[in-house]
Write a protein that binds this ligand. Structure first.
Ligand code: GLC
Length: 601
């Protein structure tokens, strides 16, 4: 052991005193009198992790620390997918990296790949063993190989950490069911039916049809266990310091396997408080800040991504309240607003959401997306739109207008969210819908998210305009869960055909263009937040404020629209996507046309 390593073992506090102070402070606020003991245990875990950190990962830590603004670069494109549906297993994934790199992808976000419970697992979101890879997908050694291969390509791996709950079959839950008091205290157990009723009064069901209620009676436990999602997903009790320490240990372990970022699944639900809906509690943000501070000490290059599909006001604090927390958060407010604008042919709601999203702190970046593996949640816009608006958008995407989406379950009083692949929601393949326009809508949305500040996310198959997968209805294990509509198997025959100029080639080429164009923004000095520039109801306009002049214009209507650009954007410039020169004066955009205007270099 080297002397340097020795020092790290002895005193993680001294390697990054300010992060350590934050950690101590958060643990004290969360755990009061037991914090000093907990901190000593956390310090030991950090020291061991720091010592065990492989050299290439330390090099990455150093590189990212010397370039703190790297997170704000354009074109850090993420691709999200189920490993089995995309490539069969991890080795298959490694074999397909050229395809992803060709798409401009720099980060992979595979949906959960750690060992899940057998049978129903909510798509892998019910983890039985955080230390093992799902056997059907591979093993830890292959995961490490994948991470190393990605590093060699200057790419990164973002892994899901299902931190709010474990499977009922996780070792902790098994011990809890066997009556071990230490492990019973890892979960939120309630032994009195009236207490369940009291909690339920303030809680909102996430899956009211397929998993009604937030508690599940378990005969082994002789108690109700808190289950926000499915009955086999047991919520952990973060008011127990052991739970914090266990989850931190999992993060540190995976970080040293080469994982460069963690998607904190269901982050809003970590802390429960009577009399509230037990989402987005101040302690939840403090926990994430504590995780960040700990990683800062032992694995500083590792990112946290908040999976918080909530109102934007509740998402922003995931970037940190008193100190930095997540580096990335899903920009679900803007995403949902973009779909709403397409339905209404009116961009008012996008302007509102962009204005709100611009409040993010400098150290945070948005993960901008069009679709993901979950439903599109209209309720998350409730503070920015009227109940009528939400209803109208929900109805529209439930197979109305050009869309071929389907409604998803919602709690009483809520607005049904929407399932469906992006391609189906824009009308590709829907009889009676103009297909050129449908395709233009898909390209418009993806073009906008590549121009925003933050990281663009491509959902598997959207680059080929893959459609809905109704086959799930024939599978009894999935038939009741509408989200499987947009979780098809990757169509590699379609990909090969698109490559050769067949169906899908247009969207694929456009997506590749967006990847290149977004990365080119860096060299062109385009940077900073996306701020709305009002150009009328039908045309979205936003500038990037903080670098060279750049204006994104996007016609969200089926009609040509003529706009007048305010200074300095009324000057002659060039569309960075097509290379076309754009003179000063009024500018006419074709239906669904997208322009990335910047000054001629
Ligand atoms: C997250 C996931 C979702 C899952 C839930 C419970 O919201 O994205 O797919 O059902 O957490 O783990």
């Amino acid at each position: 052991m080297t002397i340097a390593a020795d020092l790290r073992v002895a005193a993680p506090a001294s390697s990054n005193p300010s992060a350590h102070r934050i950690l101590e402070d958060r643990l004290t606020s969360l755990y009061g009198a037991v914090a000093p003991k907990l901190l000593a245990r956390v310090d030991r875990a950090l020291a061991q992790a720091a010592q065990a950190r492989p050299e290439p990962l330390r090099a990455l830590d150093a590189a990212r620390q010397s370039d703190p603004d790297w997170i704000s670069r354009s074109g850090e494109t993420v691709y999200t997918f189920y490993v089995d549906r995309f490539a069969g297993d991890l080795q298959g994934l490694i074999d397909h990296l050229d395809y992803l790199q060709g798409l401009g992808v720099r980060w992979l976000h595979p949906l959960p790949l750690l060992k899940a419970r057998e049978g129903e697992s909510d798509g892998g979101f019910a983890v039985q063993d955080y230390g093992a890879v799902e056997p059907a997908l591979g093993d830890m050694a292959t995961l490490e190989r994948l991470a190393a291969e990605l590093r060699a390509r200057d790419m990164g791996l973002l892994l899901d950490v299902v931190c709010n709950h474990t499977a009922r079959e996780h070792d902790w839950a098994v011990k809890a069911r066997a009556g071990d008091p230490h492990f019973r205290a890892y979960y939120r157990l309630v032994t009195d039916a009236s207490e369940v009723t009291r909690w339920e009064e303030d809680l909102v069901d996430v899956f009211p049809d397929t998993a009604p209620g937030n508690f599940t009676y378990d005969a082994d436990l002789k108690a109700w266990v808190w289950t926000t999602f499915y009955p086999f997903q047991w919520d952990l009790d973060y008011s127990n310091p052991d739970v914090f320490l266990e989850m931190l240990g999992i993060l540190l372990h995976l970080a040293n396997k080469g994982v460069q970022g963690f998607r904190l699944d269901s982050a809003p639900f970590l802390w429960k408080r009577a009399g509230t809906n037990s989402r987005n509690q101040p302690e939840t943000y403090a926990i994430v800040e504590a995780f960040r501070a700990a990683l800062e000490i032992a694995a500083p290059s590792v990112l946290l991504l908040a999976e918080a599909i909530e109102s934007l006001d509740d998402v922003l604090p995931f970037f940190g309240v008193s100190s930095a927390a997540c580096s990335l958060a899903y920009n679900n407010g803007v995403m949902t607003a973009l779909w709403a604008a397409l339905a209404d042919q009116d961009v008012g709601i996008v302007n509102r959401m962009l204005g709100a999203a611009a409040q993010r702190p400098d150290h945070g970046a948005w993960l901008n997306y069009v679709r993901c593996h979950d439903d599109l949640i209209w309720n998350a816009l409730a503070q920015y739109a009227s109940a009528d608006d939400l209803q109208r958008w929900s109805r529209f995407y439930d197979g109305g207008g050009f869309s071929d989406g389907r409604r998803f379950q919602t709690a009483p009083g809520g607005v049904p969210s929407t399932n469906g692949m992006a391609s189906a929601l824009v009308g590709i393949g829907k009889p009676g819908v103009d297909q050129a326009r449908a395709c233009a809508r898909l390209k418009l949305l993806y073009g906008v998210i590549h121009a925003l500040d933050g990281w663009p996310l491509i959902y598997m198959g959207d680059e080929l305009a893959m459609g809905n997968d109704v086959a799930f209805l024939d599978d009894p294990a999935r038939a009741k869960e509408g989200r499987w509509l947009h979780r098809p198997d990757m169509d590699w025959a379609l990909a090969a055909g698109a490559e050769a100029g067949g169906t899908g080639s247009d969207v694929l080429a456009t997506m590749r263009l967006y990847g290149r164009a977004a990365q080119a923004l860096n060299a062109a000095g385009v940077a900073g937040r996306a701020i709305p520039v009002h150009l009328g109801a039908g045309v979205l306009g936003f500038e990037r404020r903080g670098g060279q002049p750049f204006l994104c214009l996007a016609n969200f209507t089926e009609e040509a629209q003529t706009v007048t650009r305010p200074a300095p954007y009324d000057a002659p410039g060039r569309d960075r996507l097509t290379g076309r020169d754009i003179p000063s004066g009024p500018l006419t955009l074709a239906p669904y046309e997208l322009i990335w205007w910047s000054v001629v270099a």
